[in-house]
Every structure is written in structure tokens, then in C-alpha cells.
Design a protein around this ligand. Structure first.
Ligand SMILES: Cc1cc2nc3c(=O)[nH]c(=O)nc-3n(C[C@H](O)[C@H](O)[C@H](O)COP(=O)(O)O)c2cc1C
Ligand code: SF4
Length: 402
């Protein structure tokens, strides 16, 4: 049946799948077989960082401990992204079966879904779904008749901080602490939830695993490009006729995507949400993929009527609000970048100071403790560089123009 939320169903994530099929497949294959297929597939984590899933699972499987965990990162806090929501509400079989496969592969008995607080409305349906899985022996003891394979899933609600999507802050939050990023190393694959080896995986990553186990790594690899295998879900919003979730092969250009979503008079495309980069028209031939622009899948389209300094201010206010405050580069740096944007708005700046702020942004990218501060200057630098003509010719010439 046609799903109205999905604007384009591609050949990978939305290919045919029947609940339990990948779990039943585990009767015939070993953990090593799963790891082999994952490596063969070339799957990289879809949460944004792009770490190879086979390596993460291999490290967690190899870690020595009596307890291990697989966590589904359903925090989905990046502005402009909503594809995980659609997977959870309309394709829970892909997400949960992927978690069961993960439990089998790394040797975990418990899986936890860290569900974004704003998604509480889906909790009752998801719990019902898990209960049905238990009734059908797809969760619980000796799953699918596999002797000794005991695994269950529980759901825990987050409570609304963007940084809690970062995997170590997520684990802190799950443990009942304030959501703050941990020092790394040690990495969660060795010391994660309650100090035990833990694999944190994005909703879409787990959905891809479900298909790979059933259809094979080489099946997955035939889509996309050499370094960016498979397909990607894009959450498209903003100034276009057809916003929604699109499954497209990696390697798609921005222009091709704009055509599909029926965007007209597009001036700018923000790829990767607030923490991503903003492209101008001259850059629309660039491709989506690890060879060029890696992304978790948020695409925000801006047409010719949008004011780019206003767009930038909105992103910087978000980061000032969401910085957890633990480290100075991010806590103070984002405030300084926002002040710079406000100075530009008022026309009270010097180009020398703005250039210094761009340098500060580069320092934040290397000196911040976690990915939030490492990526928050991306919008600042790319919008000021790519839209300088518009921004600095709006009567905002600077106090002394230097
Ligand atoms: C500030 C911040 C927010 C993040 N939010 C999410 C999120 O909402 N969902 C997600 O899957 N990953 C998020 N990540 C990435 C996670 O830290 C982690 O890399 C990911 O969950 C790993 O799963 P994957 O390997 O399947 O991509 C975030 C990272 C940062 C720095
Ligand atoms: S980079 Fe920002 S969010 Fe991350 S630890 Fe530092 S202050 Fe907190």
C-alpha cells in the first residue's frame, strides 16, 4: 500500500520485508556470518558520523563482559530530520528486527530504544508491537527456537536535549544522569551503558542491517557508490512542493534532489541540519555521499525570498541554547558566533572581526569535546562564505568596512 509520508520509496530500505524474516534467518547463520555480510555491505552508520557498522559490532562482540547492550538511538534531534520517526511509526519491524540481529551478533541480552521525548505519542503503539513480538517468540527466551538466544527490548524516553543524541551523552541520560558527553576513550564499545560494552546504532542503520542479513552484503553494495554503499533516507523540508522522506541512492546530486522535491527558485540548501553546511547555487552539482557531502539526511531548502542572515541567526540561537556548557570552546564560542551574527544584522562590525570569528569557529571544530561544538560552526562558516554578497551588501557594510 502506498505510504503518503514517503515521497519516494527506493530499492533498499523500503524493499519488501516481512516481520521476523531476518530473525528466522539467524537459525541458519552464525555471528561471524552476520559480521561478514555487514563488512561486505560497506554499511556506515546513518546517524551522521558514518562509522562502519561491521567494525562497531565486531568490537562490541569481541569485548569481554558478562553483560552487553545494543541501543537504538531514536533521539532524532537534528533540526530538519524526521525519517527515523517514519521508520518507527510505519516500519517498526525493520528497526526491532535489526536490534534482535544486533543482540545475537554482539552477544547482548538487552536492547534499549532511547526514544526522543517528543515522540512519546508513539510509545503505546511501540510497546504493543514489542508485546506481539514476545507472543510470537521473536523476543524473549530461545528466540525463533534458537537454543540459548535470549534477548528483549525496552523503550526509555529522553527528555528533549539535542546533545542527548550524542552517543555518550545518551548513555549518561539513560543511566539517569544529566545528559553530558563523556571523554572518549574509553569508547562505548568497551565501556558503555552501566560500564558494559554497548553498541549505539541509529534507527536507519538498524533498518538497513535487517535487509542486509536477509538479502546479503553484495545485494546492498550494488546500490550507491564505491565508498557510499546502499541508499540513504533524506528528510526534506522547506521551500519545495513535495517535502517528505525520500530514499535515494548515495551519489545523487543536490540538483537532482531539488528536481525530485519540486523546489523552485532555490537559493540555498542546508545539508545535514543546523550542524551541517549551507550550499549556494554554484554548489548544487555536488553529490550526497562520503566522497563529497556526508550527511545524516536532513535537507532544508531555502528559496530566493529567504534572508540568509536570519537563517544563520536561527541556527546559532539553537546552538547557544543546546550547548551543554561542559567545555569552553562550545559554551563561549557559540555565544561569540551568535553575537557576531547580531553585529552583522545591525551593521556594527568590522570584516577583520568577522574573519576572527571564522577562525574561532575553526578552533571550536578541533577543540570542542563532542560533536555538537565540533560541528556548530559549520553553518556560521559556510553561510558567511557562500552568501557573503547577500549578507554584506544588505546595508550591513560594517562600521569601518575593514
Ligand atoms: C550533538 C549530536 C547529536 C546527535 N544526535 C543523533 C541522533 O539524534 N540520532 C543518531 O542516530 N545519532 C545522533 N548523533 C550521532 C551519535 O553520536 C552516534 O554517532 C550514532 O548514534 C551512532 O549510530 P550509527 O553508527 O548507526 O550512525 C548525534 C551526535 C551529536 C554530536
Ligand atoms: S562540545 Fe558543547 S555540547 Fe559537547 S561537551 Fe562541549 S559544551 Fe557540551
Amino acid at each position: 500500500m502506498e505510504n503518503k509520508k514517503i515521497k519516494r520509496e527506493g530499492a533498499v530500505i523500503f524493499s519488501e520485508y516481512k516481520r521476523g524474516d531476518s530473525i528466522n534467518k539467524l537459525k541458519e547463520i552464525s555471528r561471524d556470518d552476520v559480521l561478514f555480510e555487514l563488512k561486505e555491505s560497506g554499511l556506515k552508520g546513518r546517524g551522521g558520523a558514518g562509522f562502519p557498522t561491521s567494525t562497531k559490532w565486531m568490537l562490541t562482540a569481541a569485548a569481554k563482559s558478562d553483560k552487553k547492550y545494543i541501543i537504538c538511538n531514536a533521539d532524532e534531534g537534528e533540526p530538519g530530520t524526521f525519517k527515523d520517526r517514519v521508520l518507527l511509526t510505519d516500519y517498526p519491524e525493520l528497526v526491532f528486527d535489526g536490534m534482535v540481529v544486533g543482540g545475537f551478533t554482539i552477544g547482548a541480552k538487552e536492547g534499549i530504544v532511547y526514544l526522543r521525548g517528543e515522540y512519546e505519542y508513539m510509545l503505546a503503539d511501540l510497546e504493543l508491537y514489542l508485546n506481539n513480538m514476545r507472543k510470537d517468540n521473536l523476543l524473549g527466551n530461545n528466540i525463533a527456537g534458537i537454543d540459548g538466544f535470549n534477548f528483549d527490548i525496552r523503550i526509555q524516553l529522553g527528555s528533549g536535549a539535542y546533545v542527548c543524541g550524542e552517543e555518550t551523552a545518551l548513555i549518561e541520560s539513560l543511566e539517569g544522569h544529566r545528559g553530558e558527553a563523556r571523554n572518549r576513550p574509553p569508547f562505548p564499545v568497551n565501556t558503555g551503558f552501566m560500564g558494559h560494552p554497548t553498541s549505539v546504532n541509529n534507527v536507519e542503520t538498524l533498518s538497513a542491517v535487517t535487509h542486509i542479513v536477509l538479502k546479503g552484503g553484495s545485494w546492498f553494495r550494488q546500490y550507491g557508490t564505491n565508498k557510499s554503499t546502499g541508499s540513504k533516507l533524506f528528510s526534506v523540508s522547506g521551500d519545495c512542493e513535495k517535502p517528505g522522506v525520500y530514499e535515494l541512492p548515495w551519489g545523487t546530486t543536490i540538483s537532482e534532489l531539488l528536481e525530485k522535491v519540486e523546489a523552485k527558485d532555490t537559493k540555498a540548501v542546508q545539508v545535514g541540519g543546523a550542524s551541517g553546511i549551507c550550499l549556494n547555487k554554484e554548489q548544487f552539482s555536488r553529490t550526497l555521499g562520503y566522497e563529497d557531502i556526508a550527511t545524516g539526511g536532513s535537507i532544508i531548502v531555502f528559496n530566493k525570498d529567504r534572508d540568509m542572515i536570519h537563517v544563520l541567526k536561527n541556527f546559532m540561537e539553537f546552538f547557544v541554547e543546546e550547548s551543554c556548557g561542559q567545555c569552553t570552546p562550545c559554551r563561549i564560542g557559540n555565544t561569540k558566533l551568535l553575537e557576531g551574527v547580531e553585529m552583522i544584522e545591525k551593521g556594527e562590525f568590522t570584516f577583520r572581526y568577522i574573519n576572527e570569528l571564522k577562525e574561532l569557529g575553526k578552533t571550536m571544530q578541533v577543540a570542542s569535546k563532542c560533536g555538537l561544538g565540533q560541528s556548530s560552526p559549520n553553518s556560521f562558516i559556510s553561510i558567511l562564505n557562500n552568501f557573503s554578497e547577500e549578507i554584506f551588501n544588505q546595508g550591513n557594510g560594517g562600521t569601518n568596512g575593514k
